[in-house]
Design a protein around this ligand. Structure first.
Ligand code: GBH
Length: 490
């Protein structure tokens, strides 16, 4: 049974936060306007024409740099409480360092924040959604240990300029995508492809940078401004492929070595990387003749410095996989995939039809994942910072309406039946945008964007109506049927 449970009659609590999310690269455009420098995404796309599925780029995107007032108007139309957007590091600090603070960059985000506050919408700022200044990548980016200080300096500029107006901060969006896919693989910028080594260096520095920003916030800014700070981790749910104990072990190992790679150091009682990951990378490294493990080691002081550095657990969740143990070597050698040694597939019977082939519709996985996080990380407050569905466009988006209904039903069950401490939910995304390597082929928006029109005209889809209805009534629509997956099959 795919559903997260029967139709829930529960309601979303009064103080439950409903929001919508976006990210700078995906909506802003103006890639070289008003003093912004090149990000690693600009650089990758401009220098590798075949990287993006439709040969497009993010130079103009939805032009939110110029159209942010319309964006805020859409947020108002939806009636949500909170808007999550990201700040572009190279727009604010063109050199990557704080020797040059770009006044026009600061002004843009200041205007956006003021526009939100004018209408009582709470801003949530993602401080890093994948767009490192290329100038820092030239120095090794997240593999260079000095980036920890550079990131903390950048964070300080944000807290200084926006801290009195912004109460929710996300240090990093999906660090696993940055490190595993960007440094280990080729699927995200900078597409470094130094698997088995670079993803571990990147993660090590990134976790220290996160903790540094947290401590700066906690020690200096919290008493002045209040507010909350956390990190947004991406995780699929992992279901054992069969009932065998080996497959159960594989599913458990998947969660520990993927989401847990980032969550265990920050959210567990013990801190540090998950012991399973430490053991696996140690063993493989030894066999491969390395003198020391490819997984860097945190000192005890560093473990303590990183542990507990979040007020909430930001979760980006879209889909589910089936896991089994690999009976032979898997992936490139060396690589995180090879170190972990498990195999991940999806059930061909799971509904999809999404323009994103990985996006299978499995509502029960959402419920189980929320439960898992609640149980394994000390009942941490969870904010679902992204959840959504991609199609090939159009306002009559029945599949997206169905996806959101199913996932919100699963969420209600996890709140009321499982007592998961979920405090907020953000739909990805407010509007159609530049979907990374999928370009403008895959559409995640509640609003359709006409990318061919000069004004990048935005129009509400059916799903916008569904979502604003849920937000207003705090419950699921009358006619919702948790067993109905037909929107994904015709
Ligand atoms: C998020 O990434 C991003 O935060 C957001 O910017 C993006 O637009 C949105 O979601 C939609 O993609 O390796 O074949 O298994 C989602 C991250 C992307 C991670 C797909 C898992 C699976 C592809 N997910 N990926 S595959």
């Amino acid at each position: 049974d795919l559903a997260g449970g029967p139709k829930s009659n529960g309601t979303f609590p009064k103080d439950f936060l409903f929001g919508v999310s976006t990210a700078a690269v995906q909506i802003e455009g103006a890639w070289n306007v008003d003093g912004k420098s090149e990000s690693i995404w600009d650089y990758l796309i401009h220098n590798n024409q075949s990287f993006v599925r439709d040969g497009s780029n993010a130079d103009v995107a939805a032009d939110s740099y110029h159209l942010y007032k319309r964006d805020v108007e859409m947020v108002r139309e939806l009636g949500v409480d909170i808007y999550r957007f990201s700040i572009s590091w190279p727009r604010v600090l063109p050199t990557g360092r704080t020797n040059v603070i770009n006044p026009k960059g600061i002004q843009y985000y200041s205007n956006l924040i003021d526009e939100l506050l004018k209408y009582n919408i709470t801003p949530m700022v993602t401080m890093y959604h994948w767009d490192l200044p290329q100038k820092l990548q030239d120095l090794g980016g997240w593999t260079n240990g000095h980036i920890v200080d550079y990131y903390i300096d950048y964070a300080n500029v944000l807290f200084q300029n926006f801290g009195s107006r912004v109460k929710y901060w996300v240090t990093f969006n999906e660090p696993m995508q940055t490190c595993l896919e960007g440094y280990g693989g080729t699927y995200r910028a900078p597409a470094l492809n130094r698997h088995g080594v670079a993803e571990y260096l990147c993660t090590h520095n990134l976790l220290k940078a996160h903790a540094g920003a947290y401590h700066l916030f906690n020690d200096t800014y919290r008493s002045l401004n209040g507010g909350k700070i956390g990190m947004s981790l991406d995780s699929n749910w992992a279901e054992p492929k069969t009932n065998s104990s080996r497959d159960k072990e594989a599913a458990d190992l998947y969660l520990k070595t993927h989401m847990g790679w980032y969550a265990h150091p920050v959210y567990s009682s013990e801190g540090n990387y998950p012991p399973e990951l430490i053991r696996l990378v140690n063993e493989k490294s030894r066999k491969q003749n390395y003198t020391r493990s490819r997984l860097p080691v945190f000192s005890e002081a560093e473990v303590q410095y990183i542990k507990g550095t979040a007020d909430f657990f930001g979760l980006n969740h879209y889909t589910t996989y089936l896991l089994s143990m690999a009976d032979k070597e898997v992936g490139a050698i060396p690589s995180h995939e090879n170190d972990v040694g498990i195999v991940r597939i999806q059930d061909s019977s799971w509904p999809s039809r999404s323009s994103s082939s990985w996006l299978k519709v499995v509502p029960f996985g959402f419920r189980r994942l929320l439960n898992y996080i609640t149980k394994n990380y000390n009942n941490v407050p969870i904010i679902v910072t992204e959840n959504g569905y991609a199609d090939f466009s159009g306002v009559a988006d029945h599949a997206r309406v169905s996806y959101y209904s199913h996932y919100l039903n699963a969420l209600l069950h996890s709140i009321h039946e499982d007592h998961a401490n979920v405090q907020g939910y953000f739909a990805w995304s407010l509007m159609d945008n530049f979907e990374w390597d999928d370009g403008y082929v895959s559409r995640f928006g509640l609003y359709l964007v006409d990318f061919d029109s000069p004004n990048k005209t935005r129009s509400p889809k059916y799903s916008a109506k569904l979502y604003s209805g849920v937000v207003a009534t705090r419950r699921l629509p009358e006619n919702y049927d948790p067993e109905d997956f037909t929107a994904f099959s015709s």
